[in-house]
Design a protein around this ligand. Structure first.
Ligand SMILES: [Cu+2]
Length: 515
């Protein structure tokens, strides 16, 4: 991604230890450099944004200070990759599996030294992984033990509007809410996170994110790696203060670029190691960053075999040298360590050039040989294409752009009291998403229904985008056409940019699905 706001500060990018240690840069420097480079964006002033944000959204106030990005934290590979615990149902019966979750403060250990205060599902970061089965409902009762309102959006889930985590459907401190997840959708990797109006970025940054996996018996029959060889990895960049506290600052700069950290964490730990056997593994990579793009690759150049995008299997395995993930996208990937010697290591790299560059994710250490009976079949799933002629609305245009210094869609900022348009239940629509911004990508996310990508900038989508998707990157000054069927549920659902500081300020609209 070419992002002109990065150009003035490329000299500060991670190029070596000396550069890392000697160069300090503040977000203000970045913003000033970026604005100088982009000229016409000079309307983006902190005062202007603050007034607008408070006007529309009293919770999303800009800070008086600006974020300081310090230096990129060098990789340590000092701690083992934690695997979030699987949440066990409290009760299970004919109506489904019942799960109790608590939102509460807790502590993590992403860095050596002092523990890091976090907000967590069950007080941990990442929260516990919820394992569901396709066709069997999961009923999650969430109690809010925080001192502020929060909620839960199950990202990519096809659920009734009351269970979608609408930005105003928050849970007050001390109260509870029941979320019903039918699990009538493709098996795959989803994730749940806070979706409070104006505070999604702050809440996710402080720990409120976790995986939600739907198992599908048909998928289990494929013979893919499973059990301890099926590994969820939530990747997030963070900033910390001198006491290892999470430092989240919304200022004019971070509102523009999205918050970008200087420390890359996997499952809540900075650059961990993960001990593997010399065999195949399935990794469920989730880009849980607030705004950062990732491009994952193995340091030894070995291929990564992508088998799923967002929540669905691809029709066939895709052999790639790198896997690109915008914020909120997922990729399930097979990595085969079978050719590697015991005692060797390979680093999972991030090749994305977004400043500040964070090139190291984690290190795989091959520690033993092991029999491997898994396989990766040539055919994974049927992904029937939605025919374009099925669409009753063929040109719903949505332009994501900076307008008068504000993040907008079709010139509008999110207003929870306004229905932006209605779609009819049981119909199919084609949406044309335009990125009116010259300098940065916007990851589009639709709630409630998955979509298929028809084309990006007029060309067929890359193979990794030919399955079912719920999020897709719209390139700078680019456009994508998406086709989607509205089925099962009526009600109000939002769609938005998944750079969370764009979403919070307030690049989001809502549709009402009507019978
Ligand atoms: Cu955006």
């Amino acid at each position: 991604m070419v992002n002109s706001i990065q150009i003035p500060v490329r000299d500060f990018c991670y190029r070596g230890v000396r550069a890392r240690r000697s160069r300090l840069i503040t977000r203000r420097q970045l913003l000033e450099g970026g604005l100088a480079a982009t000229g016409g964006l000079a309307v983006l002033g902190a005062g202007h944004l603050r007034a607008e944000a408070e006007d529309q959204n009293p919770w999303a106030r800009l800070a008086d200070k600006t974020a300081s990005y310090g230096a990129v934290r060098p990789p340590s590979f000092a701690r083992a990759l934690p695997i979030p615990p699987v949440k066990r149902p409290t009760r299970t019966g004919p109506q489904g599996d019942e799960i109790d979750l608590v939102l509460c403060p807790g502590s993590g250990q992403p860095l050596p030294g002092a523990a890091t205060p976090i907000l967590g599902f069950d007080g941990i970061w990442p929260g516990p992984t919820i394992l569901a089965t396709r066709g069997r409902p999961t009923l999650v009762t969430v109690k809010n033990g925080l001192g502020e309102s929060a909620n839960v959006h199950n990202h990519g889930h096809h659920a009734p509007a009351t269970s979608d985590g609408h930005p105003l459907h928050t849970i007050k401190p001390g109260e509870s809410r029941l979320y019903t997840y039918p699990n009538n959708q493709t098996g795959g990797t989803y994730w749940y996170h806070d979706h409070t109006f104006g505070l999604t970025g702050a809440h996710l940054f402080r720990g409120l994110g976790a995986l939600y996996i739907i198992r599908d018996p048909a998928e289990d029959a494929l013979g893919l790696p499973t059990g301890e060889h099926d590994v969820p990895i939530l990747i997030q960049d963070r900033l910390f203060d001198a006491n290892n506290g999470l430092e989240y600052t919304v200022d004019a700069g971070t509102t523009f670029t999205g918050v970008l950290g200087n420390t890359l964490c996997a499952n809540g730990v900075h650059t961990p190691f993960f001990q593997v056997a010399a065999r195949r593994y399935r990794f469920r990579f989730v880009n849980g960053a607030n705004s950062r793009n990732l491009r994952l690759a193995l340091g030894n150049g070995d291929p990564i075999v992508q088998i799923a995008s967002d929540g669905s299997l691809l029709s066939a395995p895709l052999i790639q040298t790198s896997v690109e993930l915008a914020a909120s996208e997922r990729a399930d990937c097979i990595i085969d360590f079978g050719r590697l010697k015991t005692g060797s290591s390979v680093v999972l790299r991030n090749l994305d050039p977004t400043w500040p560059e964070l090139p190291d994710v984690l290190r795989f250490d091959v520690v033993r040989r092991e029999n491997d009976e898994s396989r990766v079949p040539e055919r994974l799933a049927d992904v029937p294409r939605i025919p374009e002629h099925e669409a009753v609305k063929k040109h719903r245009r949505l332009r994501f752009q900076l307008a008068d210094g504000k993040w907008t869609i079709n010139g509008l900022r999110y207003d929870p009291a306004r229905i932006d348009f209605r779609v009819k239940l049981g119909t199919t629509e084609i949406w044309e998403i335009e990125n009116g911004e010259q300098t940065q990508m916007h990851p589009f996310h639709q709630h409630m229904v998955p979509f298929q990508v028809l084309d990006i900038n007029g060309a067929p989508p890359p193979p990794a985008h030919r399955g079912w998707k719920d999020s897709v990157a719209i390139p700078p000054a680019g456009r994508a056409r998406l086709i989607m069927r509205f089925y099962d549920y009526t009600g109000t659902y939002v769609f938005h940019c998944h750079k969370l500081e764009h979403e919070d300020h307030a690049m989001m609209l809502q549709q009402e699905v009507v019978a």
